[in-house]
Design a protein around this ligand. Sequence first.
Ligand code: SAH
Length: 295
Amino acid sequence: MTTTQAALRTLTAARVLVRERLAAAGIPNPLTNAERMLECLLDISRVELYLFRQQGLTESQQTQLDHWVQERVSGKPLQYLLGHTGFYGLDILVEKGVFIPRPETERLVEEVIRLVSESPVPSHPLRILDIGTGSGAIAVALAVNLSGAEVVATDVSEPALLLARKNATRNGIADRVHFALVDLFPATREAFDVIVSNPPYISSSTIPNLMPEVRDFEPHEALDGGPDGLNFHRRIIEGAKALLTPGGLVALEVGEGQAEMVAAIMQKTGYRDHRIEKDLCEVGRVVIARKGGHG
Ligand code: SAH
C-alpha cells in the first residue's frame, strides 16, 4: 500500500496510476474512467482536473479511489460506482438495480422534442407517457425541455420509480412528472399526445452473451425482450392506439437490426408516417409513427 499511496500523491500521479491499473485489468477506456473517477472524487470539472494537477489527494480520497478501482476492475459499471451519469445535458442519479441511461437514448429524446416542436400546439398542455422509465432519464429530459408538458412515467420496478422521482426533483420538474408502478400503461385511461419508450429489447437467448458488465450488473427485467426481443414493442404499439390522441406520436427505441420489424408492426397496426432515425453509429435506433386522424 505504501507505494500505491506515495504514487497517488498528486492528481497527475493518481490519473496515471488508475489508468494503468484499469488498463492492466482490460477495462475499456481506462483514461476516461480514471478522469471521471477523479472529477467525481474532488467534485471538479475536466478542466479543473488539469488546472489542479499538482494538488494532493487526502488519505481518505485515496482510500475511496482505491475502492472504486477495485470495484471497477471487478466489472462494476463506472456509473454505478459514481452514482450518477450525464443524459441529454442533465445529471441523472443511477444505482445498482436500475438501468443506466445510454447515449443512444438521447436520440429518442432529441427526435421527440424536434417533432413535438414542429407539430401544431395542442389545445391542452402536452401530455406524454414514458413507459419503463427506469432512472426517469427520458421523462425528466422531456419535461425539462418541453416547458409545460405533463409526463406520466411507468415502471414495474419500485426502486427504479423511487430513483426516477429523485431525478425529477433534482431537475426541478417534479410537479409535472407523475409516476405509476404498473405493467406498461397507467390504469387511468387518459389520452396522451406522445407515448415514448425505451423498453427491454434484448432477445432472451442472447442475454448470456452480453458483455459481463451489462449481464452481471444491470437488472434483467430491464433487458429481456422475449424470444425475438420485441415483446414489449408489440404490446406498446397495440396498447398505445387506444391512449393516443388523433395524430399523436409513438416513439420507441430499438436494438440493432430491429428497426424495420418495428416499423412494419406499426404500419400493420394502422399507424402512419412511420420513420426510422439512426444513431451516431448509423444503426436504426428510433422508430416513430403517428396515430391516424388529424395532426
Ligand atoms: N427508460 C429508461 C430505462 C430503460 S430499461 C432508459 O432509457 O434509461 C427498461 C425499463 O423497463 C426498466 O426500468 C424495467 O424495469 C422496465 N420494465 C420492464 N418491464 C416492464 C413492464 N411490464 N411495464 C413497465 N416497465 C417495465
